[in-house]
Design a protein around this ligand. Structure first.
Ligand SMILES: Cc1cc2nc3c(=O)[nH]c(=O)nc-3n(C[C@H](O)[C@H](O)[C@H](O)COP(=O)(O)O)c2cc1C
Length: 72
């Protein structure tokens, strides 16, 4: 029996860090990679992991939230 593949990924859309600057991404970086893997493995299932609460859409504020979580 052929093995079933699951592509599970977590990725941030919107403001994100790309090649040294903040850009507004339609798709997150990891999401783009997940789609490339899916194109190579069309039978695979794709599952986008989400957070239990929404982080700030502002990249800089999100950084502060992440720092606070690490501190806590
Ligand atoms: C809260 C936060 C902190 C990040 N910190 C860094 C960093 O210190 N250095 C870096 O090169 N990229 C940093 N990034 C950018 C991510 O590493 C980059 O976008 C990576 O591709 C993550 O995948 P994603 O775009 O699918 O979310 C950060 C992104 C977020 C949201």
């Amino acid at each position: 029996m052929a093995k079933k593949v699951l592509i599970a990924y977590y990725s941030r859309r919107g403001e994100n860090y790309v090649n040294g600057s903040i850009k507004n991404l339609k798709l997150g970086n990891t999401e783009v990679v997940a789609q490339k893997i899916k194109a190579l493995l069309p039978d695979a299932d794709v599952f986008q992991i989400d957070t239990t609460y929404e982080y700030s859409k502002s990249y800089m504020t999100c950084i502060e939230e992440a720092k606070q979580e690490l501190h806590d």
